[in-house]
Write a protein that binds this ligand. Structure first.
Ligand SMILES: [Zn+2]
Length: 371
């Protein structure tokens, strides 16, 4: 499965169709919910029925929808694909299918630009993640991306087993020796973790280890790894990859929720202190037009209609006269999609927040400003 990166998303966000609408289709194809291929086709039929009505009279969009339908009906490998993100603009030869190992919310969006918000959210939710499992003899290191295992390394340093049979004095020496071996084993484990980090550059590291092992292991980890440590998982060193993956995903989403909460708190502080922060659709669109945004925060699933200026591209919650150039504006089905796209095109950070009540109260969208 090809790896989607922020670069892929920014390239899509930068796509311009010269006034021809772009069709974005997110389709949930999760085999755990939709068992048969027919179920997937039905999911798509329901979506398309609704959209075809709205797309009336736009040949490029009808061609997009036909191509999407042909692609999905043609069948594709669902063994590892749980979601599809499809971007199409037939008139401008844009056709990109991005299979995702995680489910998405089924939705078709027709807009001036590719609707990359949900894709961005998926990528943020599933950063590269390292998992190190260790006990006194065994160490296993895994790297996950988008919930999929991409690399692993395992090592076993067996400790001598026979020291119970020795005499009292000798046993003391052996115990000391065993501790030294265990320490050496943990050093090797820390080295193995760092090697995979150098190779893959994961953002977070979670460790599954008994308390005593963790106490010995932590100081041995490279500082780059220590600063990436997040919640520990309680998974035995010999657990199955699937159990490890599940435990890691829980830590990962908790980590992401915390990062979102920190960003929203910064926004609240900025608004409270009266500078460098705004919230609510109207104000956020205004600062985007002025290119003042450092970070855009938006609630996952937020969508609202709005207006875009035909001559200058400015966005507004209310039309139809542009405040920037006094030009005529046209109505847009989903202005939030446009806002995310504008932010990405301006190289702003975009944080898609899931279930963050504080951001919802602020109007589901906010921006931290550069000036
Ligand atoms: Zn304008």
């Amino acid at each position: 499965m090809p790896v989607i990166t922020e670069d892929t998303i920014r390239d899509l966000a930068a796509f311009r169709a010269d006034g021809v609408p772009v069709t974005t289709c997110y389709l949930d194809v999760d085999g755990r919910r939709l068992h048969r291929h027919q179920d997937v086709e039905h999911e798509l039929d329901v979506l398309l029925r609704d959209v075809r009505g709205r797309a009336n009279g736009t040949p490029s969009v009808h061609a997009d929808l036909a191509r999407i339908e042909t692609y999905v009906r043609g069948g594709f490998d669902r063994s590892r694909t749980r979601g599809l993100a499809i971007f199409s603009c037939s008139d401008q030869d844009l056709w990109e299918v991005i299979p995702l190992p995680v489910p998405v919310r089924s939705r078709v969006i027709i807009n001036n630009v590719p609707a990359v918000g949900q894709l961005e959210s998926v990528v943020q939710e599933h950063v590269r993640f390292g998992v190190l499992l260790a006990d006194r003899q065994r160490a296993r290191m895994f790297v996950f991306e988008l919930g999929e295992l991409i690399d692993r390394s395992e090592l076993l340093d067996e400790l001598p087993r026979d020291y119970d049979t020795r005499g009292e004095r000798e046993r003391g020496d052996v115990a000391h020796h065993v501790d030294a071996l265990a320490q050496q084993h943990l050093r090797r484990a820390a080295d193995a973790a760092f090697r995979l980090f150098q190779e893959h550059g994961f953002e977070h590291l979670t460790v599954g280890a008994p308390d005593s092992t963790m106490a010995d292991l932590e100081p041995l980890l490279h500082p780059y790894l220590r600063e990436r440590l997040c919640d520990r998982i309680s998974v035995a060193a010999n657990a199955s990859v699937d159990d490890i993956r599940k435990a890691a995903l829980l830590v990962e989403s908790a980590q992401e929720r915390r990062a979102e909460a920190v960003a929203v708190q910064r926004l609240r502080d900025a608004i409270g202190s009266g500078h460098r922060g705004v919230a609510g659709l109207d104000k956020v669109l205004a600062v985007l037009n002025e290119r003042r945004v450092d970070q855009l925060l938006v609630s996952d699933g937020y969508s609202a209609s709005g207006w875009m200026c035909t001559p200058c591209g400015s966005l507004a919650a209310v039309g139809r006269l542009c405040k920037t150039c006094s030009g005529e504006m046209h109505e847009i089905d989903d202005i939030v999609v446009e806002a995310v796209d504008h932010a990405m095109a301006q190289s702003c950070k975009v944080e898609v927040c899931v279930d963050n009540a504080d951001l919802d109260v602020l109007g589901r969208i906010g921006a931290l400003l550069r000036f």
